[in-house]
Design a protein around this ligand. Structure first.
Ligand code: C2E
Ligand code: CA
Ligand code: CA
Length: 546
């Protein structure tokens, strides 16, 4: 018989299962009845066969059907057979009533047992397909769930890069809830999506689509939404890898993830939120090209600094600058620091870069100095810089070449970098602080460190991350967090800078909440030296060297 025919018969049986079972039970009971009536011998023995259809019907269709079978069977061998078949004597009514009760009971109990068994089996199979901690499906589910043949699927891998930190700092319960939220949010938006958790920090997402590039943004947004857990916002560092596959019958589904896993790993390595497999090689080529051009670009003026002023929120006058790097590449146009710093950080060229930034900043300080302007300038420091043994000595050596006071330089270090190795960073920051440098915690609030913990470091400034600024007008919780941060930071003697202010309303609210200083497009975008000179000239009298 062909496979197709067998499948059709199976389907037909499945569809008519109930009626077929009933017919089978009735036929069995009837045949047994005839056996009792026609075949000679000890009929008492045959009468016990009646229990077989009752047990079968009860087990397959449940207690009610089992009891029904019991009633029919007991009536056939009861009032419809008014004499005891083995002896031929009249049947006493009590006998068959008792047998009726027995058969009904057996029918009921078979249904009850089979139901309990089914429930237990469902529970076991649930555990087989679900991760009990997160309630997300596991890999067995993926293999069980058949994909549609010849349909195109978007295959994505999600890596939670800072899973260990989240679990250590906020605990497993919050992390598991975050994963659960991911499932809830994705399946609400896309009911046909399949999400499988293969590891504590690794999810696979399958969605039937032809065109997925526009959805990447949604995926990233959903992760942000999911990170609101138990009244707090987790800082989640994650990377997505995407690829696309057509499902062909014989393929092993887990093979589909090789490419998206690879893309996600590459995205994680490069501190990107997502990467498409087909772009991987292009990206590698991009990285290779920028790295090979980088050293020259530092020397030939393609790479330069812009400066963004930091203002006093009350007077709206400049009180500092931040140096931000730019690369005007001859063929790739403007490359932003987020694109080239991550690959450069993987090489020793990051030292060359920070040293160049430091020199350019000191040169600009001298120009300001000539105009009689004194204003601290911040520079951004990478992980690799901070944890390099020679960093302090090399920076000190550079500073000696310029007649600039160290307290006019502020080093911006992100909370995350600081926490990578608190002991080492304290030692090195103490050296800089003793030398007179100002030290700022950049992107504060993105990590988990409390201000009280940061108090052990020689900090002068806290820069509240743009993430809070963006939602302060719409989110009352954020307002409370920012207010509490500002109050505590002030008590600890830190200057508080609010990052990324883009509108007047936000600036006013931040001022009301106690913020002293701010940076943002509202006041001025990062600009070239000449534009800054013009801008600062207006305030020359106030910025005079004191
Ligand atoms: P960051 O240190 O947090 O710098 C602030 C970023 O926010 C800058 O982006 C700035 O242009 C942008 N920004 C300022 N005001 C606003 C605003 O109102 N709205 C919005 N949406 N953005 C605003 P940029 O220049 O692209 O730099 C990005 C990141 O690259 C910096 O973030 C910093 O981490 C890194 N970076 C920049 N220059 C350097 C550098 O010289 N060395 C190192 N190691 N990192 C740098
Ligand atoms: Ca910064
Ligand atoms: Ca920042």
């Amino acid at each position: 018989m062909s496979k197709l025919k067998k499948e059709t018969i199976k389907n037909w049986i499945r569809k008519n299962f109930q009626i077929l079972t009933i017919l089978f039970g009735l036929l069995f009971i009837l045949l047994n009845f005839l056996l009792l009536r026609i075949v000679p011998g000890n009929h008492l023995a045959y009468s016990h066969i009646m229990y077989i259809p009752i047990v079968i019907v009860g087990s397959l269709l449940g207690s009610y059907y089992g009891m029904g079978a019991g009633v029919i069977a007991s009536l056939l061998v009861g009032p419809l057979t008014p004499y005891i078949m083995s002896t031929g004597q009249p049947q006493f009514w009590m006998d068959w009533v008792f047998r009726l009760l027995m058969m009904v009971f057996v029918g009921y109990i078979s249904g009850w047992f089979s139901r309990s068994y089914r429930i237990a089996r469902e529970k076991i199979s649930e555990l087989e397909y679900i991760n009990p901690d997160t309630l997300l499906f596991n890999i067995n589910y993926l293999n069980k769930n058949k994909l549609e043949i010849k349909k195109v699927y978007t295959i994505s891998t999600l890596l939670i890069s800072n899973c260990d930190t989240i679990c250590d700092v906020v605990g497993y319960a919050a992390y598991y809830k975050f994963l659960f939220n991911i499932k809830e949010i994705f399946t609400k938006q896309y009911p046909d999506i399949m999400i499988v958790q293969t590891n504590i920090d690794h999810l696979w997402i399958i969605k039937p689509t032809n065109d997925f590039e526009e959805e990447i943004e949604n995926y990233v947004e959903f992760i942000h939404q999911a990170s609101h857990v138990l009244g707090q916002h987790l800082f989640v560092d994650f990377a997505f890898g995407f690829s696309q596959r057509k499902h062909i019958h014989q393929n092993l589904i887990s093979d589909y993830f090789i490419q998206s896993d690879q893309a996600a790993r590459e995205a994680k390595k490069n501190h990107l939120t997502s990467m498409i497999f087909s772009d991987l090689n292009t990206h590698k080529a991009f990285e290779y090209e920028i790295l090979s051009d980088f050293s020259d670009a530092l020397k030939n003026g393609q790479i330069y600094l812009l400066y963004q002023p930091k203002l006093d929120l009350k007077t709206r006058k400049p009180i500092g600058l931040e140096a931000l790097i730019r690369w005007n590449h001859p063929t790739k146009k403007m490359i932003m620091p987020d694109q080239f710093i991550p690959p450069v950080e993987n090489t020793n060229m990051i030292h060359e870069m920070t040293e160049a930034v430091f020199r350019w900043t000191l040169e600009f300080q001298m120009k300001l100095n000539k105009k009689g302007i004194e204003l601290p300038i911040s520079i951004n420091i990478s992980t690799k810089n901070l944890y390099n043994k020679d960093f302090y000595n090399r920076m000190s050596k550079i500073l000696k070449d310029y007649p600039v006071k160290s307290n006019l330089i502020e080093l911006e270090i992100t909370e995350t970098i600081l926490m990578e190795n608190p002991e080492d960073s304290k030692l090195i920051l103490d050296s800089f602080s003793n030398e007179g440098y100002r030290i700022a915690i950049d992107d504060f609030g993105k990590g988990y460190s409390s201000l009280a913990y940061l108090a052990q470091f020689p900090i002068t400034t806290i820069k509240v991350d743009r993430f809070f600024t963006k939602q302060i007008l719409i989110n009352p919780t954020t307002q409370h967090i920012v207010k509490a941060t500002i109050d505590l930071a002030k008590q600890l003697g830190y200057e508080v800078v609010i990052e990324g202010i883009e509108d007047a309303e936000t600036a006013d609210l931040m001022q009301k909440l106690g913020g002293q200083s701010a940076q943002g497009y509202l006041f001025m975008r990062p600009s070239k030296e000449d534009d800054l000179m013009t801008y600062l000239n207006q305030y020359r009298d106030e910025l005079k060297k004191g």
